[in-house]
Ligand binder design. Structure first.
Ligand SMILES: O=C1O[C@H](COP(=O)(O)O)[C@@H](O)[C@H](O)[C@H]1O
Length: 248
């Protein structure tokens, strides 16, 4: 069973995500000096800005200097490139933090654009810096059911089926840019909590496929099945219009 929070426009999804993260932060910091979070790119970064930076109830309670922030996937582009997940997060969130900064772990930009061997090295280096256990994974869901850079097509099965390597080079990505790195299922298996965020009408067909048809060929639906007990979805009612089931 996964937990699903369905938000109406009046019911503020970014604030609910912020409250969830505050609770996870406080839980982690009661046992450790750091709160380890790994985030997606895409639409999630603006939800984080609204929930954690712009929200005056949440913002003062975030202990940014005790956060370690990793990326569940990253596009292999320079960090200031418009496609960079780190770059998008920097503009949306980090640039607004003037007093306390988290420790952020981007990929090794010096290896970007050099070729296949360097792309594998970027993935390996990222695997080496990633802690075994992440407290909170914050994931997106593409309209094709991908999450992280784990894509549902046959050509990219090697990523979702990987059992050992924790971070891999994703080549020929169906969504540009073509070269990426992504965490694999072992990282999700070891994480303490997993949250998905999906908003908007473009996500309606895929929400139906994930929640009604439970099509586990989709990485998102497979993650629900494998790790459901620690999975929470934050969706808005627009994205969830076509979902009929009430049992998740
Ligand atoms: O390419 C990516 O897409 C997914 C989904 O993005 P969204 O904009 O549809 O939410 C994202 O989670 C992933 O990190 C990103 O690299």
């Amino acid at each position: 069973m996964v937990a699903v929070h369905i938000h109406t426009p009046q019911d503020n999804l970014p604030e609910k995500l912020g409250e969830y993260l505050l609770a996870e932060q406080d839980k982690a910091l009661s046992q450790s000096k750091t709160f380890k979070v790994a985030i997606s790119g895409g639409s999630l970064v603006n939800v984080l800005k609204t929930g954690l930076i712009d929200n005056s109830k949440i913002a003062p309670k975030i202990k940014w200097d005790q956060w370690e922030i990793y990326f569940v996937d990253e596009r292999i582009v320079p960090l200031n490139h418009p496609d960079s997940n780190y770059g998008a997060f920097k503009v949306a969130v980090l640039d607004h933090l003037t007093v306390k900064q988290p420790k952020v772990f981007p990929l090794n930009a010096s290896l970007v654009g050099k070729g296949p061997e360097e792309n594998k090295k970027i993935a390996k280096e990222y695997e080496d810096l990633l802690p075994k256990t992440i407290d909170s994974l914050l994931l997106g869901c593409g309209p094709d059911g991908h999450t992280c850079s784990l894509f549902p097509d046959e050509e990219h099965k090697y990523l979702i089926e990987e059992k050992t390597q924790r971070v891999m080079w994703c080549y020929d990505s169906p969504k540009p840019p073509s070269d990426r790195i992504t965490v694999t299922l072992p990282v999700l298996a070891d994480a303490k909590q997993i949250a998905f965020v999906a908003e908007g009408s473009s996500k309606q067909p895929i929400m139906h496929e994930i929640f009604d048809l439970k099509n586990t060929k989709l990485p998102t639906a497979l993650i629900n099945k494998l790790y459901g007990e620690k999975v929470t979805w934050f969706v808005n009612d627009e994205a969830f219009t076509k979902v009929e089931t009430k049992t998740f």
